[in-house]
Design a protein around this ligand. Structure first.
Ligand code: EPZ
Length: 457
């Protein structure tokens, strides 16, 4: 629910609103927007890719490591990034980020608090990543446990074990992690039992200011980790091996401010690639992180979609005109495997394939909530545990559906664009968490997609 919650002052005056909750300090309001898509139109044109949400969030947390300003460009204007900037503000970070601007200046010269409250952390899990940087710089921090979410339980045990290995004294009390390292953090060897993006990033952030060397083994290799390491190194950190399974961090005494451009969003790129393939047409994705999308490009080519990628020009051209789609099986995997964050979108595409595809989700235990919603549009999908069997159909038909999480929501957009007739998607605040100017980008390619505001209690 986090991203539908906004203080009164942030809401436009003429939008219908409803009070659904009254927290202690302020009247909060909930705007429930819907998308109406009239499908069946081919997409033709160019889409500029935005900065990556999942990189931006960790880069913002890095601002806590220094008393000098960190300026991030290519920042995506999203509910999640705006939300984290509010939490940083609560901690005393000066945030200069005009609405709609792609440059954000964060100055954590002096924190006024090292406590990240439940109200904020529960709404967005990535907020938990403020723990390590505050602990590393100040020797203490208290951060609410994030709790589970729609796609799975998502514990933070690996984050906590990594901080403990770095010498933190941790107590979990009343839903909060209270962390202390009175004499500072110390470098350590940390072997992750399985790959975790968040725990790798969290350990990396904290280890930059630890005494001595930290070695992370079985580290996640996602491109966002290399982006974070690049920024940290510009800040004076000594991180090597990011993007491989072994990351080394030589601790330094202090970090400085810097400027850094957030990498392009590989998940947004893959999403629009699949939208173009499902609806048909000819779309060029500009500013695309081509090298980070190998598994997606391979799966699309196997499906019979024409994909022309140019790494030097940072473009991917997607074409599909009338040709049938081949059914393709995928397993989601940590990078460089097929990303879980594109699984729902690929399922929407495969629902139109010629044949049966098997989609296995191996990262999260409950990430098929889009399947029954896609079925409302006529898709034939049977979910058996961690596997979805998608029997392709000749066409989809518009229907009212409900968004359940960020990537599930956008899979419904893809299906709606390809479907005949009108699709109404409710609860789209999930979409606003991770897709910048989605309607504008799709309308620019000829889609018929409108946002309506509504109220809900
Ligand atoms: C990041 O989540 C992304 N979020 C997710 O994107 C993405 O799906 C995921 O990585 C995998 O690529 C952000 O970067 C903000 P993990 P993260 O730690 O770091 C389990 C989106 O849609 N685990 O790699 O939380 C966990 O439950 C989001 O943009 C533990 O058991 O993912 C999961 O099953 C959704 N204990 C698996 O590991 C831990 O301490 C991988 O999670 C940590 C994780």
């Amino acid at each position: 629910m986090g991203s539908c919650v906004a203080p009164v002052s942030l809401l436009a005056r003429n939008r219908p609103i409803c009070a659904f909750r009254l927290p202690r300090s302020a009247l909060y309001l909930c705007v429930m927007d819907r998308l109406i898509i009239t499908g069946g139109r081919k997409l033709n044109g160019t889409i500029a890719v935005s900065g990556a949400k999942n990189s931006a969030l960790k880069l913002m947390a890095a601002s806590l490591l220094t008393n000098e300003p960190l300026t991030l460009s290519n920042m995506p204007n999203l509910a999640d990034t705006r939300f984290l900037s509010q939490l940083l503000g609560v901690l005393g970070v000066e945030v200069f980020w005009p609405k709609g601007d792609s440059e954000c200046r964060l100055n954590a010269a002096e924190l006024t608090s090292t406590i990240a409250p439940y109200e904020q952390v529960r709404k967005m899990r990535a907020s938990f990543n403020v723990l390590g940087p505050m602990l590393a710089r100040y020797g203490h921090a208290t951060v609410s446990l994030p709790g589970g979410c729609a796609i799975g339980a998502r514990p933070v045990d690996l984050h906590l074990k990594a901080l403990e290995a770095l010498g933190a004294d941790l107590k979990v009390e009343e839903g909060y992690v209270k962390a202390a390292a009175i004499h500072g953090l110390k470098g350590a060897q940390i072997v992750f039992p399985f790959v975790s993006v968040g725990a790798t990033e969290h350990a990396m952030l904290a280890a930059t200011l630890a005494k001595g060397e930290t070695v992370l083994e079985n580290a996640a290799r996602e491109p966002e980790i290399a982006d974070l390491a690049d920024c940290l190194n510009k800040m004076g950190a000594k991180v090597s091996g990011a993007g491989t399974a072994t990351v080394r961090i030589e601790g330094v005494e202090r970090l400085n401010g810097t400027q850094h451009a957030v990498m392009a969003d590989r998940i947004e790129t893959g999403t629009y690639a699949m939208a173009a393939a499902a609806a048909g047409g000819d779309v060029v994705l500009e500013g695309a992180p081509v090298a980070a999308l190998g598994a997606m490009i391979a799966a699309m080519k196997e499906a019979g979609v024409k994909v022309d990628s140019d790494e030097a020009a940072a473009t991917i051209r997607i074409r599909r005109n009338g040709l049938a789609l081949n059914a393709v099986n995928i397993n989601t995997q940590p990078y460089p495997g097929f990303p879980t964050d594109l699984q729902a979108q690929f399922m929407a595409l495969m629902s139109l394939a010629d044949g049966t595809s098997i989609i296995r989700e191996t990262i999260f235990e409950n990430r098929f909530m889009h399947a029954p919603e896609l079925s409302r549009l006529g898709a034939d999908i049977q979910v058996r545990g961690q596997e979805a069997v998608v029997q392709g159909v000749a066409g989809l038909k518009g229907a009212p559906v409900m968004a359940t999480d960020l990537r599930a929501s956008v899979s419904l957009v893809i299906a709606g664009l390809a479907a005949e007739g009108e699709t109404e998607i409710s609860r789209i605040y999930h979409l606003d968490r991770g897709f910048e100017r989605l309607e504008e980008k799709l309308t620019g390619c000829g889609a018929d997609i409108k946002r309506l505001s509504d109220t809900e209690e």
